[in-house]
Design a protein around this ligand. Sequence first.
Ligand SMILES: [Zn+2]
Length: 290
Amino acid sequence: MRDNEGRAQIPPELLEQFMKQQEEKIIKQSQPAPTPAPVNYGGYQVPTDFIDLPSKGAFYNEAHPWHNKEKVEVRYMTTREEEILSSVTYAENGVMFDKLIESVTVDNIRATSLLPGDRNAILINTRKNSYGDDYQFNTLCGKCYTSFDHTVKLSEMVNKEFDMSKLSANRTVFVELPVSKRKIEFKIATGEDVQFINKQAKQRAKHGLQGSETMDTHRRLIVSVDGDSNPANINALVPNLLLKDSKFLQKKYDEYKPDVNFVYSHECEACGHVDKGGVPVGINFFWFDE
Ligand SMILES: [Zn+2]
C-alpha cells in the first residue's frame, strides 16, 4: 500500500526504514485511540455500512463469497475490534489488519484472499466510521527528505475508475513494451499473489539470495510473452527486461489495479518541492501517537 509514485527520488530503503521506525515508535509508545461506544439499533445489533469494492468482485472465483459482488457489508468497530488493535502480537506479526478485516466484514472471508485494493477500501471505511474523516500522517519530502505532517480527508479517497471492458476474457491485460516491442499479457494481483511476492522477499533476505521484488512481481504477474505462456520462458525473460520496459510494466500494473485513489499533494515547507504520493497506511492508521 506504500505507493511511492511522485516521490521516486527517495531511496526505497530510506522510506521503508523511516516508515518502520514510525511504526515501532507507535507500537512502543502509544495506545490505540479509544473506541467509540457501540450504538445499539434494536437490541444489540452493531450498525453496519455498505462499501463499494474497487474490484467490483470481478477477480474472485465462484467459490469466493465476494465473487462478482460490487458492495459488501461491514460492521462498525466495537470493543472486539479494539482488542485486535491493542494486540502488540498481531502488530508485530503483521496480521493486525487481517484480523480487523475479518472481524468487521459480515461475510465470512479470509482477509488474505482479498484484492489489495478491496482491503484498502475496508480499512479506510472502518477508520472513517470509527475515528472520523481526518487522517494525519507523517512522511518524507521526496527532495530534501525532511519529514512532514499531512492531513487528508478519508471521504475524499474514492475508488479509482475501473473499466472491465479493458480486460481480456480471462481478466488479463495485454500491453506492448515500449523498447523491445514484446507483447506482454499480465494478470491483476490477488491477495494470494501479494502474499507470495512478500514471502519471496522474506526468503531472499533470510538466505541472502539475489533478486528483487520487481523481478518477483514480474514473474508472478506476467501470464504470457508474445503469446508464449511457458513459465520457463517467462522466468528467463524477467532478469533481462530492459529497465524502461520494466518500469512501463510496473506503471501498467498500477494503472489497471482496482484500488482506492490514495494520492495526496503536499508542498514541502523546507524546500518547496510538491510531493504527490500515496497516503501511507501503516499500523498507525488506527493507532494514535499521543
Ligand atoms: Zn523538501
